[in-house]
Write a protein that binds this ligand. Sequence first.
Ligand code: AMP
Ligand code: ZN
Length: 725
Amino acid sequence: MQRATHISVYNTLTRRKEDFSPVEPGRVKMYTCGPTVYRYAHIGNLRSYLMADWLRRLLEAQGYRVKHVKNITDVGHMRQDMVERGEDKVIAAALAEGRTPEQIAAHYTEAFMADEAKLNILPAHEFPRATTNVPEMVDLTRTLVDRGYAYAVGGNVYFEVGRFSEYGKLSRQQSAGLEEGVRVEADPLKRDQRDFALWKAAEQGRMLKWPSPWGDGFPGWHIECSAMAAKYLGPEIDLHTGGVDNVFPHHEDEIAQSEAAFGRRHVRYWMHGQHLLVDGLKMAKSTGNTYEIGDLEKRGFEPLAFRYLCATASYRARLNFTMRSLRAAQKGLLRLREKLSADGGRATKKGTKEGERLRGEFWRAVADDLSLPRALAVAWRVARSRLPGAVKRELLMDFDRVLGLELVAPRPSASAILVEAEAIAHERSELRRRKAYTEADSIRERIRGMGYEVRDAKGKTALVPVPVWAKAEASISSSGDVDSHLSEPDSVGFTIGVVARRGCEELERCLTSLLQWAGGVTAELVVIDNGLEEACAGRLDGLAAKDARVRVFHADHFLGSAAGLNVVLKQARGRYVVTLDTSVEVEGDIFTPLRELLEDSRVGIAGRWGVTSEDLRSFEEAEDSGDVDAVEGYLTAFRRDLVNETGLLDEKYRFYRHLDLDFSLAARTLGYRLVINTGLPVVRHEHLEWAATPEEERDRLSKRNFYRFLRKWGERSDLLVVQAR
Ligand code: AMP
Ligand code: ZN
């Protein structure tokens, strides 16, 4: 059905919202940068593909014939700097998993298709794979050399950025910013460091390589998209989508290559989706804050709840993902469907007229640069209206062509799990018949774990769904979910805070020792389950039930170290706060000596372990009691009121390293002393979080925190006092 709604889109190239009109009337050529298939897609990636899907569905609903191409990067440099360094993620994954690059790519391509299908993302018309289009990339590279835009050196071919005068027109950027202190080493073969590789010579023994006029090698990442877009859509395309991190350098370089090679405009409208965040940081494998669709399903969510959640924000706005918002989305979706199925009544003339008005409003919202939150609000107005049920259903069916939420006829959700649960329930009935009740009961637990409650009535067994997400209501998704008592008066002597991520025994050793030695003071113990395993979380609840001093907060994922501690700080009601790492065991009264130190109002933070430094770059363990330059986070104590002066911790510190130094320096800027007492009766055991983190990961996370710390404090050696003593 052709509709007269005109479509406007925000074009990254012009930084404006523009009326959409394709090169060829009625037809749209659309290209979406697809996945690199060496790992499962996370829901941040999928947010980008959802944006493209909504765009395509809108165009099709408006009567356009769309050809949609989404490439599969199965040569594994996900970013151009990896090409430059010769790194290949697919090869690395193959080596790590003991499979061939082809097997790796095939496995993750299939998983990607399945994820897209779960989210009702329409399959692209073409999914060209990089490895089957290498001759085209070689041809394009040769054209660029022939036309004087590229040069070959040492088996590599580089695009010469200085030759393309419009370079930078998309991103308004010429080179990468110096991010997080990471510097890429200068490549001596390049004429200009802005130049980028179109082709790289293969090193000895490389698994994935192809012949070329410059010798065996492999293509760059950007050239892949230029070559495949041209091959499957022609030299000029209407729409190109990706995530904002693709703008530079990927799409900037793609424009340079394609326009230099074909001598005409490459893309009419560039559209970029904003990032999905977790705890305020971009969801990314390297940050360790990713979720996959399977992670949501495990918690009993429908994948479409995530689709609904994404529709509640503009694609141009960042969206912070939390389990709490996903729960709200899941409920919203279920309620919307419920409303539609409950309604009866036939179409009436008046109803039809009102319906048409709402229909117009809906499509105008979607066509206005995909304003889905507005469109969703119209859908809700229809569902809540007094319109006859038949009219409502027809309207929502129409809206669902673009929303894709299965509003009217949802497929049976989680059916595979249900089938399995039923099979297990059958097994249980058999056991009960044989009076093997203990085993039957353990099966009931298993079924509960799958999200179903077993009900036995009148000799029959029924399964009643109990979605996991509904049970998880009480847990927190961020430190923002708890109230702050910081401005309220003290109600106990000490708040003892412990944040735990792994290691149940270690945690229990720490807590038991604390409770044993906290007898002489009034204390509360605030424990944060920062993503512990299920069984361990249960044991904590048991402890809280037995001891009134203990309060437990369960986070529904790892919030990050700083955020976990902030929950403690906000919830604390003690005059003094003592925080401990779970590797610490208490062997005597630590509270009296800590209080004595803190009774001196010039002391800001007290502890057992500390460091000194001369330059804030290297730190030395302090050996004696007395002043230090920073108190280490294994054990810190301070007046709760200090937090009102320093403010809460910086939650960008997801890993614990340097977080304690940051806090110490914040206290130093206020003029406080930092003091340790090496005679405190405590011991430190192996640090599990450290031990459980692979070395490479440790380095990366430590470095990240270190640079964050350095940017903030690097020039403040004036705060260091100990060396001057
Ligand atoms: P990759 O497989 O890493 O090349 O990413 C595939 C797509 O996901 C690209 O278009 C990225 O821009 C996009 N992307 C990556 N991380 C996020 C995120 N956190 N939120 C939204 N899109 C993302
Ligand atoms: Zn691309």
